[in-house]
Design a protein around this ligand. Structure first.
Ligand SMILES: NC(=O)c1ccc[n+]([C@@H]2O[C@H](COP(=O)([O-])OP(=O)(O)OC[C@H]3O[C@@H](n4cnc5c(N)ncnc54)[C@H](O)[C@@H]3O)[C@@H](O)[C@H]2O)c1
Length: 257
């Protein structure tokens, strides 16, 4: 896809889907900025982007810090001049347990990164897009906004929030030439999934039970489509991309009560 001349910001771009999305935009000629807390991996992804012949910028940015988010956008605009494409993708799972055993702090940690982080990066990204009179945003939600496995309430609630937030935001800015959609991936082979599997007694068996799993590159193809003019008719869509998992194919991760 052609993203020549565009500037793309990817949050959580140091790993997994964010990395695949950064590389996809770079392959299309976009200049890429990554906001992430993992400096080493973030710098390395930016190197991979630059090896594709484009420009890149890693910015250490914790998406839960308003000061850091404001500063990060300011660096992007002073370096590249605009934010044309914004992939709001940062997400964590953290504690997997039943609500009666989940501390309020653990609940808030997930909501803070996944939902408050989405709010902050959207708020200041949109402010810049309003200055430019254009922009496109793709949020990463999850199919767990709709279906779930036991013990994932904080994650499911945060992702349900991201989906509803993205759709409400799409309405707010439909007339501002800012197009917003949200993707809802199922299981993808990324460090996030690998971390969850490593907590299982028999990771191989759980993996086997999960059915077909997407690569981050397959999902990044959808991100790129939604960020491109090819999807100009799409506003406020929540697009499930999960190998049919929500149809009941694959059991997913399990915790025992
Ligand atoms: N992997 C899956 O199976 C799956 C399925 C559905 C949805 N998702 C969603 O896809 C998105 C990407 O996940 P992934 O699987 O690539 O995970 P990942 O762990 O590989 O990457 C997440 C990135 O976010 C960064 N990050 C975490 N906290 C941050 C913070 N406070 N500020 C800035 N950066 C922060 C991490 O450093 C990491 O680089 C997430 O929103 C996740 O919820 C993943």
């Amino acid at each position: 896809m052609d993203f020549m001349g565009k500037i793309a910001v990817i949050t959580g771009g140091a790993s997994g889907l964010g990395r695949a999305s950064a590389l996809k935009f770079a392959s299309g000629g976009a200049k890429v900025a990554i906001f992430d807390i993992d400096d080493e991996k973030g710098e390395s992804v930016i190197k991979e982007c630059m090896n594709k012949g484009t420009k890149g910028l890693f910015i250490h940015c914790d998406v839960t810090s308003e000061t850091e988010v404001v500063e990060a956008y300011s660096q992007v605009v002073s370096t590249f001049g605009a934010v044309d494409i914004l992939h709001i993708n940062t997400g964590i799972i953290d504690k997997v347990t039943f609500v009666s055993e989940l501390s309020f702090d653990d609940w808030k940690k997930v909501i803070n990164v996944n939902l408050n982080g989405a709010f902050l990066t959207a708020k200041y990204g949109i402010s810049q897009m309003l200055n430019q009179d254009k922009g496109v945003i793709v949020f990463t939600g999850s199919n767990w906004a709709y279906v779930c496995d036991p013990g994932f309430t904080s994650y499911a609630a945060s992702k349900g929030g991201v989906v509803a937030f993205a759709r409400a935001l799409a309405l707010d800015h439909a007339k501002d030439n800012i197009r917003i959609n949200v993707i809802c991936p199922g299981n993808m082979v990324t460090p996030l999934l690998e971390r969850q599997l490593s907590l299982e007694d028999d990771p191989e068996a759980v993996l086997e039970s999960m059915g077909q799993i997407s690569t981050p590159e397959e999902v990044a193809n959808l991100v790129a489509f939604l960020a491109s003019d090819e999807s100009s008719a799409m506003k406020g869509s929540a697009v499930i991309i999960d190998q049919g998992e929500t149809l009941g194919y694959g059991h997913g991760l399990r915790v025992e009560r």
